[in-house]
Design a protein around this ligand. Structure first.
Ligand SMILES: NC(=O)c1ccc[n+]([C@@H]2O[C@H](COP(=O)([O-])OP(=O)(O)OC[C@H]3O[C@@H](n4cnc5c(N)ncnc54)[C@H](O)[C@@H]3O)[C@@H](O)[C@H]2O)c1
Length: 269
């Protein structure tokens, strides 16, 4: 076999899943899916920056996960719609841990919209500033600092792979994330950087609960929305976090440019 092939088949699974010696940044890492991702990456041995717009919450999450895993976990305030603060976050990773190998563009917003013909430009702009430009700029600031190669993982959504009523701006923003993942993968492969995305179905998080609350108060049965699954159970943050850990690790080092649905079959039909 010439060295164009790398065959991991004789290596132990624990070694392939290990993130020891790696440093990660998770945006929106203070709660929901982001918090789940921080916990799994920390368990696998990575040092982590929990970057969130809510610093207090990020500090609480960091302490909790550092205590339970023994990993180095540090909270940093970031607003992903502000590119300068993303650059500062990437610098904080280098200053604290000496390198940056894993960057998760998780922070995202999904405010209730309604019909597209009623949506204001300012609403669409805000959605794109956070979900699209935040992911774009986060990836750029990370890639500029990944001197030993690395992996960028984007949070898309099943709404990035299909349409749906009442959430057109969110759908457009997540389709953009899927497209960005492909183009970045092509541009960054020569630098040894993989770029991948996950597309979760409905996951029970504080953000989703907050969005569904008004419907619940209006007497609408929200249980079928949360239980949107072929597998008989609702999605929780760790269902996504385990897939993100796999993608971040050497287990997935022949995957780039792909968006992986994590949706309990929602997209199956
Ligand atoms: N929960 C779902 O059903 C679901 C499904 C598909 C995709 N997603 C995507 O997963 C990601 C996380 O979703 P979630 O449900 O955990 O959200 P959440 O609202 O529960 O948590 C989001 C976190 O991001 C932080 N945040 C928000 N705006 C920010 C900003 N501008 N800069 C930095 N941090 C910011 C929040 O403080 C919070 O800690 C989002 O990109 C979302 O679109 C979620």
């Amino acid at each position: 076999m010439d060295n164009h092939f790398i065959d991991h088949s004789s290596r132990p699974i624990e070694e392939l899943l290990s993130l020891k010696g790696k440093s990660s940044v998770v945006t929106g890492g203070a709660s929901g899916i982001g918090e789940g991702i921080v916990k799994r990456l920390a368990e696998a041995g990575s040092s982590i920056i929990v970057a969130d717009i809510d610093l207090k919450k990020a500090e609480n999450t960091s302490k909790k996960i550092a205590d339970s895993t023994g990993a180095k976990v540090i909270a940093v305030e970031v607003d992903v719609s502000n590119s300068k603060s993303l650059a500062e976050t990437a610098e904080a990773c280098l200053e604290n841990f000496g390198s940056l190998e894993i960057w998760v563009n998780n922070a995202g917003i999904f405010p209730t919209t309604g019909p597209a013909i009623e949506a204001k430009d300012s609403f669409v702009d805000e959605m794109f500033e956070v979900n699209v430009r935040g992911t774009f700029a986060g990836s750029r600031e990370a890639a500029l600092r990944m001197k030993n190669g690395g992996v960028i993982i984007n949070l898309a959504s099943t709404q990035g792979l299909t349409g749906g009523p009442g959430i057109s701006a969110y759908t457009a923003s997540k389709h953009a994330v899927v497209g960005l993942t492909k183009s970045l993968a092509i541009e960054l492969a020569p630098k040894g950087i993989r770029v991948v995305a996950v597309a979760p179905g409905v996951i029970d998080t504080p953000g989703v609960r907050y969005q569904l609350e008004p419907l619940k108060e209006a007497g609408i049965d929200i249980s079928s929305m949360i239980k949107n699954s072929l597998l008989g159970r609702s999605g929780v943050p760790d269902d996504v976090a385990r897939v993100v850990l796999f993608l971040a690790s050497e287990m997935a080092d022949w995957i780039t440019g792909a968006t992986i649905p994590v949706d309990a079959g929602k997209l199956a039909g």
